[in-house]
Design a protein around this ligand. Structure first.
Ligand SMILES: NC(=O)c1ccc[n+]([C@@H]2O[C@H](COP(=O)([O-])OP(=O)(O)OC[C@H]3O[C@@H](n4cnc5c(N)ncnc54)[C@H](OP(=O)(O)O)[C@@H]3O)[C@@H](O)[C@H]2O)c1
Length: 238
């Protein structure tokens, strides 16, 4: 039976992906601070859904909690980092920018390096990072969010090449969701906000195809292309 751990599976994309993996027969470890929100999956899939408290800001405790969860499930083939915050920060407050760095960068590399080491020793595995289309350009509303997502994407590519050079069959997948209907999609005038189940379904497809990179949903690939190549003088007016 395949075994997955999802960091940040108490709501949104992480939880929807957890449900798909459980439906497909995986054993899944779900983490987050609001563990009560994952109890429904624990009850629906007894013996296959394991829920563990984790605050990724606690860099000392969270790798220990990950190790315990892997032991509880009896191994890990797939590791997904979905935890994230996307603060709108009109006043450019340091605290809000710092929080994005703590969760989207420090928490991410803390746990993903632990997963990479686990897969290196095991000789196989799959790392998935939930980045964002936001990684492609800067943002005036929340500069740290887009910058942290650019970090994630770039870091994942580096680790992918590292495993390739080591000749180890560890897949590293970077997911770039467009706007998705979760608590995170805040703000006015949002467009093409996709249902979370659809986004998670396309992430699952990218996982089973062992893709290096996937923009979800497919129509967001068009927006991603436009965002990436748009001249500055147009982009800054958006
Ligand atoms: N929604 C979008 O439009 C969109 C677009 C592109 C990319 N994404 C990315 O998708 C990922 C998931 O976001 P979402 O849209 O599903 O929003 P969400 O429903 O708000 O989910 C965020 C997840 O992150 C976890 N998290 C936040 N702070 C944490 C902490 N200190 N420790 C551990 N976990 C923490 C939350 O768990 P707890 O609060 O229970 O700890 C929750 O499970 C994020 O990385 C986000 O950047 C979202």
């Amino acid at each position: 039976m395949r075994k997955a751990v999802i960091i940040g599976a108490t709501s949104g994309i992480g939880k929807a992906l957890a449900e798909i993996l459980l439906e497909k027969g995986y054993m899944v470890g779900l983490t987050g601070r609001r563990t009560e929100l994952a109890e429904d999956l624990k009850n629906k899939y007894p013996g296959r859904a394991f829920v563990s408290f984790m605050d990724v800001k606690n860099t000392a405790e969270s790798p220990v909690q990950l190790k315990k969860l892997i032991d509880e499930i009896g191994g890990m083939d797939l590791f997904v980092y979905s935890s994230g915050v996307g603060n709108i920060n009109p006043d450019l407050s340091f605290e809000l920018e710092q929080e994005a760095v703590e969760i989207n960068v420090t928490g991410f590399i803390n746990l993903t390096t632990a997963a990479a080491e686990y897969f290196r020793k095991q000789g196989s595995g799959h790392i998935v990072g939930i980045s964002s289309v936001a990684s492609l350009r800067g943002s005036a509303e929340g500069p740290a969010y887009n910058a942290t997502k650019a970090f994630m994407s770039n870091w994942l590519e580096g680790v992918r090449i590292k495993f390739f050079k080591a000749g180890l069959p560890v897949t590293v997948t970077e997911i770039l969701p467009g706007l998705t209907d979760t608590a995170m999609a805040k703000g006015e005038g949002l467009f093409w906000v996709e249902p979370v189940e659809k986004v998670a379904g396309e992430i699952y497809q990218a996982i089973i195809k062992r893709k290096h990179r996937a923009t979800v949903t497919k129509r967001w690939a068009l927006i991603a292309f436009l965002i990436k190549w748009m001249p500055d003088w147009i982009y800054r007016k958006l």
